[in-house]
Design a protein. Structure first.
Length: 352
């Protein structure tokens, strides 16, 4: 699920990629009782007998031109990508293009927010690919790790590349590549603050930072504890990157001038953290200039609240487990309130 970054026809829109193989748009409507409800706005069915696995909006960067088309990129369990255009004046989506991107599940698709003709995809085949949507038949690049002493593994532990180095169609041969994802690529996000910066995550328990002008090797390799199901850049502080690491909980990285440090880690106990998101400041507490609400979608979690030091991002000072559960789309929404503030002297400009 992802919110569109701009209002459409006067309403906030939520995009949902669902298990029925559809992209659904829901609009947020205020009722007479001053509460809010989500109402169906638009629907687009993908291919038959597939699951819709991800979606992204083309509106991630601030300062978007008003005449820029509102586009959605989606991916499905058959390895295809679907480029859609949403009508800004009212309900409706139309297909712009569909193409085969991966020979296994396409776990994630994402826009380059600075060049929205470019999209990236990650699959269970362990491949990270770039595409020009004007000529989608051939990838602009394919980043892979060729393994000579064992298979590249997908999410289910099945070989994506056979042991012994035998090449499949679309795979390169020759010397092994270093610093590539060795398992399924399941999270991608373009930085909304810094052009050419891309973050990717995988079941190999690594987060990689890339300069999209040169995809031969990543800028940084950050190991985590758990498969990296989702990545989100902070909406204001360009150096903060938030990762949902499944059984490893969630992690916040501080990325500045190509130096990446672990800013905060919240471990997960008997949970699978599959979604994570920053929200706008909503609470002010003594000693803090701002408060940030962090929301995660987890498969097996109760509602937790954690207070975090605003100056040093120390481990939680207070934990509560009221046991409240709410089921949405076969997952539980877990809200963690984290009071975060960059350490003194942290710049708010681009990281690299």
């Amino acid at each position: 699920m992802k919110w569109c970054h701009i209002a459409v026809a006067g309403h906030a829109l939520l995009g949902v990629a669902d298990a029925s193989g559809s992209i659904e748009l829901l609009r947020l409507v205020r009722s007479e009782q001053n509460s809010h409800t989500l109402q169906p706005f638009s629907h687009f069915a993908l291919e038959k007998q597939c699951l819709a696995l991800s979606l992204d909006w083309s509106t991630g960067k601030a300062g978007r031109a008003s005449d820029q088309p509102l586009k959605i990129i989606g991916s499905d369990s058959s390895g295809q990508l679907h480029l859609l255009q949403a009508h800004q004046a009212g309900p409706g989506m139309q297909a712009v293009g569909t193409w085969q991107a991966h020979h296994l599940e396409a776990w994630v698709a994402a826009f380059d927010y600075w060049q929205t003709e470019v999209v990236y995809s990650g699959g269970d085949d362990g491949l990270l690919k770039g595409w020009d949507t004007r000529t989608p038949g051939t990838s602009v690049f394919t980043s892979r790790r060729y393994v000579t002493e064992g298979p590249v593994l997908g999410v289910r532990g099945q070989p994506s590349l056979p042991a012994g180095g035998a090449a499949l169609p679309g795979f390169c041969s020759g010397s092994p590549f270093a610093l590539r994802h060795s398992m399924g690529v399941c999270s991608i996000q373009s930085s909304p603050h810094c052009e050419n910066i891309l973050a990717t995550g995988s079941y190999d328990e690594h987060v990689l930072l890339w300069d999209t002008r040169s995809m031969k090797e990543p800028l940084a390799d950050m190991p985590v504890q758990g498969g990296v199901w989702r990545l989100k850049w902070h909406p204001f502080h360009s150096h903060l990157l938030l990762a949902a690491c499944m059984h490893g909980g969630f992690t916040i990285f501080s990325c500045q001038k190509a130096i990446v440090t672990l800013a905060f880690r919240y471990p997960s106990v008997h949970t699978m953290e599959r979604e994570v998101s920053w929200k706008l400041p909503s609470v002010v507490v003594p000693g803090c200039l701002s408060a940030l609400r962090v929301s995660l979608v987890s498969s097996f979690s109760a509602l937790r609240v954690s207070l975090v030091s605003s100056s040093s991002l120390e481990p939680p000072l207070l934990r509560q487990s009221p046991g409240l559960r709410r089921r949405i789309s076969r997952a539980l929404v877990v809200s963690l309130v984290c009071f975060l503030m960059p350490a003194a002297g942290f710049p708010h400009h681009c990281l690299f």
